[in-house]
Ligand binder design. Structure first.
Ligand code: COA
Length: 431
């Protein structure tokens, strides 16, 4: 490697100078989730009046996503790889696009030029002695985008934790912006009684020594509350949050029994509070790797007793899981759900768990339904589904006939809906 200090000053610019290189019509990929570079995004959005049709590719946008706000559509076209709270309206109002894709395949979309990357905006740590910066809390597709982009712009932020795993050398960064600012944080969710009951049911399926993948939100955090009595759990998860830190500090998560990467917390991105970011900073047991490794079903399947825990909006009586649409409205996306469902099913003694409250809208709607809502997509297919859990219990659908699945799922539906589900199933000829 070159002496990176030599031309550091020449590449050091202001946020405005850096994004001043972006041209109309180019595709700009933004570093993922809480790892997005706020100063660079702000400077780019400020250029809106002079830009046309800049495509902004991002997955879980945790910042304000001003490029997707009304009035920005001439300057920026947001191409969402996941729809979240800051981008949902833009897609609904046709001011943004949504591209369905498995999280694990995004690096390939960049590498084979299906989504050719012109510019990438990332946020990294200051360089170490050898000139390597850590991607901190977002390696996922961010690292692949830096390999493919014609122009790499990095915000160097000393508040970014230095994590093990993938790094980027300063030689690969074209323009450097030094700016320290707080990282975006995800506050722990509120956990209600229903989530607690679901958490307890899920925890009953987790044996000592298991390796876990946990999604985001109240249900995964509720599960963690009920794992306090377990021994030697491990983490191989697309992401993890503050709840995992608490269990690691309590000595429950040791990663000792992992059959792949033993001793290590493996993730591809992280979202949480400063507590999480401090826990992972310079922690030799935490490694972040690209998502085409961490979410590769083959890699996931190397872990014996791999347990994946994800949520859903609806499950029909055949076991088809809708985790992304409310009716015909895109609410979120597949993310890594299917990567982990498939990976866990390859794992010896593995289980994939879809955990959801039995109702929505204050108890008015059953989430166990005879059919998925008209217009809704299937996220996890009936061929892939394994365990489904609600606050009323857990059922194993694998190897079960359609008739047996329907009976099992009605058994964990809310009691207020069981008889109508039974009647619908009979009318449809399922039972
Ligand atoms: N019909 C109508 N409304 C529904 C509904 C249904 N079947 N299911 C849920 N809703 C409503 C809820 O009432 C809630 O509304 P509110 O905010 O007004 O209370 C809202 O939709 C969100 O539901 P909730 O269950 O709180 O969602 P969540 O935040 O727990 O997220 C998923 C659940 C499924 C959207 C989320 O887990 C996800 O995006 N999964 C796919 C990606 C994935 O699994 N990734 C894996 C690893 S990160």
């Amino acid at each position: 490697m070159s002496n990176w200090r030599e031309n550091y000053q020449e590449r050091l610019v202001t946020p405005e100078q850096a994004v001043g290189q972006i041209k109309s019509g180019e595709r700009v990929v933004i570093g993922h989730a809480c790892g997005e570079p706020p100063s660079l995004i702000e400077a780019l959005v400020n250029r809106a009046p002079e830009l046309n049709s800049v495509e902004i590719v991002h997955m879980v946008a945790m910042g304000p996503a001003k490029y997707a706000q009304p009035g920005m559509e001439k300057s920026f076209r947001h191409n969402a790889l996941f729809v979240g709270s800051s981008t949902r309206k833009a897609f609904e109002e046709k001011r943004a696009d949504f591209t369905p894709c498995f999280f694990s395949e995004i690096p390939r979309l960049f590498k084979n030029n299906t989504l050719a990357v012109d510019v990438v905006l990332i946020q990294v740590t200051p360089p170490d002695e050898q000139g390597y910066c850590s991607f901190g809390i977002s390696v996922d597709y961010t690292q692949a985008a830096t390999e493919c982009a014609k122009l790499v712009i990095a915000q160097i932020n000393s508040r970014m934790p230095r994590t093990g795993g993938a790094k980027i050398h300063l030689d690969k960064i074209d323009l450097i912006v030094e700016k320290d600012e707080p990282l975006i944080e995800l506050k722990p969710p509120e956990i209600g009684e229903v989530e607690k009951a679901i958490g307890e049911n899920v925890a009953g399926l987790v044996p000592d020594g298991a390796t876990l993948q946990l999604g985001i939100g109240a249900i995964p955090d509720a599960v963690l509350l009920f794992l306090k009595g377990k021994k030697d759990l491990g983490i191989h998860s697309e992401m993890f949050s503050d709840g995992v830190v608490a269990l690691a500090e309590a000595g429950v998560i040791t990663n000792r029994k992992k059959t792949s990467n033993p001793g290590k917390f493996i993730a591809t991105f992280l979202m949480g509070t400063r507590k999480l970011y401090d826990f992972v900073n310079n922690n030799p047991n935490v490694e972040l790797h690209p998502v085409d490794y961490v979410n590769d079903p083959y890699v996931i399947g190397l872990h014996e007793s791999m347990i994946s825990i994800n949520s859903a909006l609806q499950v029909d009586l055949m076991g088809q899981v809708n985790a992304e649409m409310i009716g015909s409205k895109q609410f979120s996306a597949v993310g890594g759900q299917v990567d982990y469902v498939r990976g866990s099913s390859r794992s010896m003694n593995g289980k994939s768990i879809i955990a959801l409250p039995s109702t929505a809208a204050g108890g008015k709607i059953s989430r166990i339904t005879c059919e998925l809502d008209r217009g809704a997509a299937v996220t996890t297919s009936r061929n892939d589904v394994h365990y489904v859990v609600t606050e009323y219990g857990a059922v194993d659908l694998r190897g079960k006939s359609l008739r047996a699945r329907a009976e099992a799922l009605i058994g964990i539906a809310h009691p207020n809906f069981r008889s109508s589900l039974m009647a619908d199933a009979k009318e449809k000829g399922i039972l």
